[in-house]
Design a protein around this ligand. Structure first.
Ligand SMILES: Cc1cc2nc3c(=O)[nH]c(=O)nc-3n(C[C@H](O)[C@H](O)[C@H](O)COP(=O)(O)OP(=O)(O)OC[C@H]3O[C@@H](n4cnc5c(N)ncnc54)[C@H](O)[C@@H]3O)c2cc1C
Ligand code: SF4
Length: 560
C-alpha cells in the first residue's frame, strides 16, 4: 500500500532567518549578499540554500554571454578571487539564415543594448559552482542533492518555509529500506529561486494569485550542445546569433554560437513554445540547424562533449508576477526576469538576489518576519532590472504577432526609439497573446514534418545525446511527471494533436507504444528527464505536472 502523510514518520524541522530554494545565480547571489551584509555589521544571519542537483551547477544550463553588471555589484573583486570568467566578447555577428545562405546584418543597425562589448562568455554552471564556494566560505549552509518539494504555510497564510522531499519511496509509493523522511526548513523569509517554471513557484503564483492582471508567462525551450572544435575553427570571443532557417516565419526562435575557453563552442537553439504545428520537434530543428552550410563548417573535425535542454522565460515585463508576498519572494527566472532579445537573464537573476537580500536583511534587522518584502518589489521594478526589461518589452509580442521578419524589424525600431527617447516609444506596450499550451493547431490541420536522419557525426539522435547530459535518476521511485488524468494522452492528445509530447520533450521521455491488444499506450521514461520543464508548459491539455524527483536526480552538467 502506498504511504500517505498520516502513515509517514514526523518530519524534523530547522529554523533559519532565510531559506533559499535553488542554487542558480539568483539564489546564490541572495545567499552571498545576506552574509556579506551581516559580516560588515558583525551580525549573524542564518541562511540555508537547497539545490536539487547533485552539486551546485549540475542543473544549470545557459548560453552563456553574461553582462557583468550583477557580478560587479555582488563581488567587485571577482577577478582577483578567481571567478571562471575568462573570455571577453570580441565580436558580435547577427545572421539571417535562408535554406542555402545567409545575410549578415550590419551591427550598426542593432539597438545599442544588443551590443555585447564588455560582456563575457562563460559556462554559467561553472560560475554557479564558484559562487557556491564563495557562499560556503561566507557561512551559507548549502545542501545540494536536496529538492524542496512542498511549501509550508503559517496559519495566517504567510509562507513559513519548505519541506524537502522524502527519499527512498518505491515507484508505487511504499517505503523502501533506507527510507529517509524529508526535513522542514522554516525561515522568517523564503526565497524561491528555482529558475524558469519553478515547480513550487508555480504553485505559489497560482495559490496567492500573484499573476493576476499580468499577461500569461511565455516560454521558449533552449537546447544546447557543447563542442570542442579544431583550433583553426575556434575564434575566441566570437558571439554569433541567427534567426530564420530552419524555422518558418510563423515560428519564433534562433540560434547562438559562442566561442570561448579551450577551443569550446557552445551551440544552442531557442524555440518559442508558442509554436503551432504539433508535428514540430524542437530537438530535430536544432539538429537540422547545425547542418546549414554556414554553420556546419565550425564543427567539422570537432566533437560534441555535452548536451542538455532547459526552458527559458520570454514574457518579460508584461508577465512578471507580483514578486513579494507574506513570508517570501520570487527571484530571477522564477519570476521571468529574462531579457529576450539580449538572450540574457543571469545578470537580472544576480541583481534580484542582491535586492531580495537587501530587503530581507533590513527587515530582519527591524525584527520583522513573514511579511511581504515590498522594498524588494520596488527595487526590482524601479531599478536596473525594470529598466532592462521595460526597454525590450515589445520585442517578443511583436515577433509572435507579426512573424519573424516584420516582428523583429519592428521590435528593433521600438528598441531604438526607447534608446533615443528616454524609454518612450509610439508603440506603447504590446500584450502577449494566449498561454503557450493553447497555441497548437489540430493535427488534422497541420503538415507532418519529416526530419533528416542523424549522421552520428554532426547530428545525433535524442537518446544518444541524452547520454551526454549524464542524466541519472533512481529508477524505483514515484514518477515525477504527474498526469492529472492518465487517459488524456491517448484519449485526447493523440487524436487531436498526434500527442506532441513525443516530439517536444528533448529527452525522449514520452512515447506512444502499442500494447498487446494493438492499442496505443502512453509510456513515461522518467529516468531520462533533463528537468527542462517543457512538458509542464506545452502539454495542450495541461495534464502534466512536473514535480521534483528525489534530490540529486536529473542531469549532471559539468560545464553548461
Ligand atoms: C539555452 C539558454 C541560453 C541562455 N543564454 C543566456 C546567456 O547567454 N546569458 C544570460 O545571461 N542568460 C542566458 N540564459 C538565461 C539564464 O540562464 C537564466 O536567466 C538564469 O540561469 C536564471 O537564473 P536563476 O537563478 O533564476 O535560475 P536557474 O539558473 O534556472 O537556477 C535555478 C536553480 O534552482 C534549482 N531548483 C529548482 N527547483 C528547485 C527545488 N524545488 N528544490 C531545489 N532546487 C531547485 C535548479 O536545479 C537550479 O540549479 C539562457 C538560458 C537558456 C535556457
Ligand atoms: S519530461 Fe518534461 S521536463 Fe523532463 S525532459 Fe521531457 S519535457 Fe523536459
Amino acid at each position: 500500500m502506498a504511504t500517505s502523510d498520516a502513515t509517514l514518520p514526523e518530519r524534523d524541522a530547522m529554523e533559519f532567518d532565510v531559506v533559499i530554494v535553488g542554487g542558480g545565480p539568483s539564489g546564490l547571489a541572495a545567499a552571498i549578499r545576506l552574509k556579506q551584509l551581516a559580516a560588515a555589521e558583525g551580525r549573524d544571519v542564518s541562511v540555508v540554500l537547497l539545490e536539487k542537483g547533485s552539486e551546485i551547477g549540475a542543473h544549470i544550463l545557459s548560453g552563456a554571454v553574461i553582462d557583468p553588471i550583477g557580478l560587479n555589484r555582488l563581488m567587485p573583486d571577482w577577478k582577483a578571487k578567481g571567478a571562471p570568467v575568462d573570455t571577453p566578447v570580441r565580436q558580435d555577428r547577427f545572421l539571417l539564415l535562408g535554406p542555402a545562405g545567409d545575410i549578415r546584418l550590419p551591427n550598426a543597425l542593432m539597438p545599442p543594448l544588443m551590443n555585447n562589448h564588455g560582456n563575457y562568455i562563460v559556462s554559467l554552471g561553472a560560475l554557479c559552482k564558484w559562487l557556491g564556494e564563495q557562499a560556503t566560505e561566507l557561512g551559507v549552509e548549502i545542501y545540494p542533492g536536496f529538492a524542496a518539494a512542498e511549501v509550508l504555510y503559517n496559519e495566517d497564510g504567510s509562507v513559513a518555509g519548505v519541506a524537502t522531499g522524502d527519499m527512498g519511496l518505491s515507484r508505487e509509493g511504499t517505503m523502501k529500506d533506507g527510507f529517509v523522511r524529508g526535513m522542514e526548513l522554516r525561515g522568517r523569509y523564503t526565497f524561491f529561486a528555482e529558475g524558469a517554471r519553478g515547480s513550487l513557484s508555480k504553485q505559489i503564483i497560482a495559490k496567492l494569485g500573484l499573476a493576476k492582471n499580468r499577461c500569461p508567462q511565455k516560454y521558449g525551450i533552449g537546447l544546447k550542445e557543447l563542442w570542442q572544435v579544431s583550433p583553426e575553427k575556434h575564434q575566441p570571443g566570437l558571439v554569433q546569433h541567427s534567426f530564420g532557417w530552419p524555422l518558418d516565419r510563423r515560428t519564433g526562435g534562433g540560434s547562438f554560437l559562442y566561442h570561448y575557453g579551450d577551443n569550446l563552442v557552445a551551440v544552442g537553439f531557442v524555440l518559442h513554445l508558442n509554436y503551432e504545428n504539433p508535428y514540430l520537434s524542437p530537438y530535430e530543428e536544432f539538429q537540422r540547424f547545425k547542418t546549414h552550410p554556414v554553420i556546419r563548417d565550425v564543427f567539422e573535425g570537432g566533437r560534441r562533449i555535452a548536451y542538455g535542454a532547459r526552458a527559458i522565460t520570454e514574457g518579460g515585463w508584461q508577465s512578471m508576477p507580483q514578486l513579494a508576498f507574506p513570508g517570501g519572494a520570487l527571484l530571477g527566472c522564477a519570476a521571468g526576469m529574462m531579457n529576450v532579445p539580449r538572450i540574457k537573464g543571469s545578470h537580472n537573476a544576480i541583481l534580484s538576489g542582491i535586492a531580495a537580500a537587501d530587503a530581507a536583511y533590513a527587515a530582519i534587522g527591524e525584527g520583522r518576519s513573514h511579511d511581504a518584502l515590498s522594498a524588494y518589489e520596488t527595487a526590482v521594478r524601479e531599478g536596473d532590472i525594470g529598466q532592462d526589461l521595460k526597454r525590450v518589452r515589445n520585442a517578443k509580442p511583436m515577433w509572435s504577432k507579426l512573424g519573424t521578419h516584420l516582428g523583429i524589424g519592428l521590435g528593433g525600431v521600438d528598441m531604438w526609439m526607447r534608446t533615443l527617447f528616454g524609454g518612450a516609444s509610439v508603440f506603447g506596450t504590446w500584450r502577449h497573446g494566449k498561454p503557450d499550451h493553447e497555441s497548437l493547431v489540430s493535427a488534422k490541420r497541420a503538415k507532418p514534418i519529416t526530419y533528416p536522419k542523424p549522421d552520428g557525426v554532426l547530428t545525433f539522435d535524442r537518446l544518444t545525446n541524452v547520454a551526454f547530459s549524464s542524466t541519472n535518476h533512481e529508477e524505483d521511485q514515484p514518477v515525477h511527471l504527474k498526469l492529472a488524468d492518465p487517459s488524456v494522452p491517448v484519449r485526447v492528445n493523440l487524436p487531436e494533436y498526434a500527442e506532441p509530447a513525443q516530439r517536444y520533450c528533448p529527452a525522449g521521455v514520452y512515447e506512444i507504444l502499442t500494447d498487446e491488444k494493438g492499442q496505443p499506450r502512453f509510456q513515461i521514461n522518467a529516468q531520462n528527464c533533463v528537468h527542462c520543464k517543457t512538458c509542464d508548459i506545452k502539454d495542450p491539455s495541461q495534464n502534466i505536472t512536473w514535480v521534483c524527483p528525489e534530490g540529486g536526480g536529473g542531469p549532471n552538467y559539468t560545464a553548461m
